[in-house]
Write a protein that binds this ligand. Structure first.
Ligand code: NAG
Ligand code: NAG
Ligand code: NAG
Ligand code: NAG
Ligand code: NAG
Ligand code: NAG
Ligand code: NAG
Ligand code: NAG
Ligand code: NAG
Ligand code: NAG
Length: 336
């Protein structure tokens, strides 16, 4: 079904041709321009996200380009992203992160993103995301996501963290920073729990453990534990720090309000996964309305700059070949 090859890259779909009004054009979702914009959006969304896991682009569902007569340009994109197994504090680039497979209960985010194109530099001006667990491919015997306040799951977290600290001996004592996800599955006759969580280095050791507080630039790690009341195994990976000119990199910065959790965790009730930040519109551009998931076609407040595209050049080919209005979107599915 490769109709795309026959279609000019820039196809003008809707024109507000009354002079002085912005025009709307569409790009094929698989064009290099659309993909470059989607990656800018992906990285921006991950950078806004201080809890849970990084998300990777799965599909560009739609892209519209709004151009003012003065040449200002904004991209309106509808993107689908999937949760990876890399925590947001993990320095691994998202391109190297594994997307969580469906049977492990994948989480997907649908995002409307507005980017401005100023002199060829794309930057996100607002976005709106909806994050959901995939309910497809749930099987008997597959791990089921637990609420992040699940008592048995949290018992595994604290028991396995104690084992980790006990194993590391005289080194710093680590405390829990965040639970990423917890699951249970039936491994007859028992329930096997699994947990993933983030740990932070404190000023304590296992023997000297009064009033522990996280170090100013703590080491952090990602732990994967499994087990239950019958015992557990745990494997923690301490994130490698980059060293810049002999001083330790403080990035990723500690998220605001890191607490030392000694027991109960403060999580939003009723959640089984960390949602991607849902709404962000610092300029109140009104392009994305908070009430609806629809993109409201209001022209954004973008700076008028010399046009960097030749969008208007496609007008003629469209006029003579209206049948070229074939679906150029959604684009290819990258993962599943
Ligand atoms: C990411 O993957 C690329 C290509 O496979 C590899 O060269 C690079 O070292 C990887 N980076 C990390 C941080 O794993
Ligand atoms: C700590 O490790 C020692 C030696 O490996 C072991 O005997 C002890 O039971 C462990 N304690 C905990 C709380 O895991
Ligand atoms: C741990 O500390 C004790 C005393 O506090 C010391 O005897 C021992 O050698 C240390 N072990 C390691 C591995 O540093
Ligand atoms: C850790 O730091 C806190 C706050 O500065 C202090 O009260 C506590 O005694 C320190 N703990 C240890 C084991 O040094
Ligand atoms: C704290 O230190 C005391 C005394 O050294 C020790 O008995 C206890 O197991 C330690 N607790 C933890 C959580 O490491
Ligand atoms: C590292 O140090 C050199 C010389 O002191 C300096 O020119 C350079 O900008 C520094 N790089 C960073 C990333 O701080
Ligand atoms: C950098 O981090 C390492 C490991 O935590 C620590 O041993 C070292 O002292 C730190 N260096 C600086 C300059 O903070
Ligand atoms: C977890 O949160 C849910 C939803 O708020 C609540 O119904 C449940 O009682 C909580 N469970 C625990 C163990 O706190
Ligand atoms: C565009 O934004 C700037 C600053 O955010 C504001 O001063 C200006 O009035 C806005 N223009 C329009 C047409 O909304
Ligand atoms: C059409 O494209 C050509 C070259 O790509 C450019 O010189 C011309 O200005 C464009 N015309 C419009 C109306 O953008």
């Amino acid at each position: 079904m490769n109709l795309l090859g026959a279609v000019p890259v820039w196809v003008l779909l809707v024109g507000a041709w009354a002079q002085g009004l912005p025009s709307v054009s569409h790009l094929p979702c698989d064009s290099p321009e659309a993909e470059a914009a989607a990656l800018v959006a992906q990285d921006y969304l991950n950078a806004q996200h201080t809890h849970g896991y990084k998300y990777a682009l799965n599909q560009i569902e739609e892209i519209k380009i709004i151009t003012t007569p003065g040449g200002g340009e904004a991209y309106l994109m509808d993107l689908e992203l999937l949760e990876t197994t890399c925590h947001v504090l993990d320095p691994t680039p998202v391109a190297n992160c594994t997307v969580r497979s469906k049977y492990l209960t994948s989480v997907e985010a649908d995002c409307d993103v507005v980017l401005s194109n100023v002199g060829g530099v794309l930057s996100v001006t607002s976005f709106k995301c909806k994050t959901e667990e995939s309910t497809e491919d749930i099987c008997l015997g597959c791990p089921m996501l637990l609420l992040l306040n699940d008592t048995a799951g949290l018992a595994l977290v604290s028991a396995s963290l104690a084992s980790f600290n006990n194993k590391t001996g005289n080194e710093s004592l680590f405390v829990l920073e965040e639970v990423g996800r917890m699951t249970s599955k039936v491994v007859s006759p028992k329930l096997l729990y699994q947990a993933e969580y983030i740990i932070t280095e404190t000023n304590c050791t296992i023997e000297n453990n009064n009033s522990c507080v996280p170090l100013p630039t703590p080491q952090r790690g990602f732990c994967q534990a499994q087990g239950g009341s019958f015992g557990n195994t745990v494997d923690c990976m301490i994130f490698v720090r980059k060293t810049v000119n002999g001083t330790n990199d403080t990035v990723p910065a500690p998220p605001p309000g890191v607490h030392v959790h000694k027991g109960n965790l403060l999580v939003k009730p009723g959640l089984r996964h960390h949602k991607l930040t849902s709404f962000h519109d610092p300029d109140s551009s009104g392009i994305l309305s908070a009430e609806s998931h629809e993109v409201v076609p209001v022209f954004p407040n973008v700076t008028d700059v010399p046009a960097t595209t030749n969008a208007l050049n496609a007008t003629d080919s469209l006029a003579v070949q209206p049948t070229l209005l074939v679906p150029l979107c959604p684009g290819k599915v990258i993962h599943f």
